[in-house]
Design a protein around this ligand. Structure first.
Ligand SMILES: C[S@@+](CC[C@H](N)C(=O)[O-])C[C@H]1O[C@@H](n2cnc3c(N)ncnc32)[C@H](O)[C@@H]1O
Length: 497
């Protein structure tokens, strides 16, 4: 297998791992992933390519357990960040005195965290559940034998009370061990029976989401928020934050540490936030270097789209396959889809892209156009995942940043939307659409001065904007309609104090 194919297989492996268990690995981890991939494929006698094919197939009964054990980081110890346990004790004993509490340790690894919770709440009425995707670590938790290193933050009186020395190890108290219900469970899987509304008063999800891709972290936090009681507590690791992930919590500083408290009312549910959506499995995986996600290809595709119009004597909405066979130009199917889009045949354009052979479908031009069409149709989650893939391939793609800004705004995350717009505008100062979007965002936020600045720039840039980009990013509006929108918004911004 050539080095190039290897890279592609590793990229697919990286993507399928993210989809299934949420873990994000940047390209710098390719050697680590390739090593795991080769060894696991060899064990079952498949080559790398077919092994990844099996992993990508949700119906293939392939063993993920061994892979997960190697891919996850299970580092933990008793009373990690002890101030958080002091804060938990005080809230439960004082603020919630007499109340029975349900606590979840999500990503509990080998049990040190839920057992620390059990020791902290030993005098309270607490039901403690603990979940992890790593079955090997859960088995270790059930046995309850730990090294002295695991007890490095455990105070001497607690060691004496709850641990029995056994050779070089320490055995955790069997009664408290039984107080914790362990379960092998994937935080990425949206199991409504487990994530019942208001099922938990406290969730510890520490040092787990830092390994997740942002979309998976957001979905996991949304699930946790729904399953917490109003006012319930969420503890993250000391280096983690909910910034950009959720607006459902208030940050509380206490005991020299912090936790989050669930707001009484949650932000509207974004069903498409859940990357466990089976439709995602159909999305072609990323291929590094599979094409330019910048702006140059729009032009080429637009020209090809024009050629398609002249070649095709029948309506553009007709099936594309015969055309693709007649003219063996790899740009044509995507050009045809763009021409369909120009004629507002959005569903046909999407169907054409979805019918492309996988190799072609995963190239950046096809993926990009698909992202635009999905966004247009309101399939935000899939559109956002495509943006993530494109940005992973090329972080300097102004178009992908702009598309991401639209997705983020649709999710109500205006800060992130504005960040992506600014990035797009700085990467490509001639790009009108992020300026227009920044102007609209500023208008909605009541910042009229900023709105005027951005809308004025947008109006200037729009006049010289490439036709292909107006088509691709105009959301179905032509240049004149976009200019009219700019003028109308500018007039309102001027009229507003
Ligand atoms: C670094 S440990 C954190 C342990 C403990 N929460 C702490 O802070 O000490 C991260 C744990 O998250 C688990 N994990 C990673 N991805 C997960 C997923 N998708 N679902 C459930 N657990 C996951 C890993 O298996 C690992 O045990």
């Amino acid at each position: 297998m050539s080095a190039a194919v290897d890279r592609e297989v590793v990229a697919r492996f990286r993507n399928v791992v993210t989809r299934r268990v949420g873990l994000h690995f940047d390209a710098g981890k390719d050697a680590f992933l390739a090593d795991i991939l080769r060894r696991h494929a060899a064990v079952i006698g498949l080559d790398d390519f077919w092994f990844v094919e099996q992993l990508e197939n949700p119906r293939a009964a392939l063993e993920w357990r061994g892979l997960i054990q190697e891919l996850t980081v299970a580092e933990t110890y008793f009373f990690r960040n002890p101030a958080q346990f002091a804060a938990l004790r005080d809230v439960v004993r004082m603020d919630w005195a007499g109340r029975a509490v349900n606590v979840l340790s999500a990503g509990c690894a080998s049990g040190e965290e839920p057992y620390s919770i059990a020791m902290t709440l030993v005098d309270c009425s607490a039901a403690i559940s603990a979940i992890d995707v790593n079955g090997v670590m859960l088995a270790k938790a059930a046995i309850g034998r730990y090294s002295a290193w695991s007890l490095r933050e455990t105070a001497a009186p607690l060691r004496a009370r709850y641990f029995a020395a056994s050779g070089n190890e320490f055995v955790f108290d069997p009664t408290l061990r039984r107080a914790v219900a362990f379960e092998e469970r994937n935080l990425v899987a949206d199991d409504a029976a487990f994530w019942r509304p208001e099922a938990f008063d406290v969730v510890f999800c520490r040092n787990v989401l830092m390994y997740f891709a942002p979309a998976n972290a957001r979905a996991a936090i949304a699930r946790i928020a729904r399953s917490l009681t109003p006012g319930g507590l969420l503890f993250l690791g000391h280096a983690e934050t909910l910034r950009g992930l959720s607006r459902d919590f208030e940050l509380r500083h206490t005991h020299g540490t912090f936790y989050y408290q669930r707001k009484p009312i949650l932000a509207p549910v974004e069903a498409s936030d859940a990357p466990s959506d089976p439709a995602w499995d159909a999305l072609p995986p990323a291929v590094d270097g599979a094409g330019d996600t910048g702006v140059a290809w729009y032009e080429a595709i637009a020209h090809a789209a024009q050629r398609v119009r002249t070649i095709v004597a029948r309506p553009l909405a007709a099936p594309a396959t015969p055309l693709a066979e007649m003219v063996p130009d790899p740009a044509l199917p995507v050009a045809h889809a763009m021409a369909l889009m120009a004629d507002e045949h959005y569903a046909e354009a999407l169907a054409l892209l979805q019918a492309l052979p996988q190799e072609r479908a995963r190239q950046s031009d096809a993926l990009f156009l698909r992202g635009v069409l999905l966004m247009h149709r309101g399939d935000l989650a899939d559109a956002e995942r495509i943006c993530e893939t494109l940005l992973l391939r090329d972080g300097d793609s102004a178009g992908a940043h702009y598309l991401m800004a639209l997705c983020r705004e649709a999710y109500g995350d205006r800060d992130a939307a504005a960040l992506h717009d600014r990035h797009a505008a700085s990467l490509d100062p001639g790009f009108a659409m992020p300026r227009l979007h920044l102007g609209l965002l500023a208008r909605r936020a009541g910042d009229q001065a900023e709105a005027r600045r951005e809308l004025t720039r947008a109006a200037t840039l729009l006049q010289a904007e490439e036709a292909s980009r107006v088509l691709l990013f105009g959301g179905g509006f032509g240049r004149e309609a976009l200019l009219a929108m700019c003028r109308a918004e500018l007039a309102s911004a001027d009229g507003t104090p």
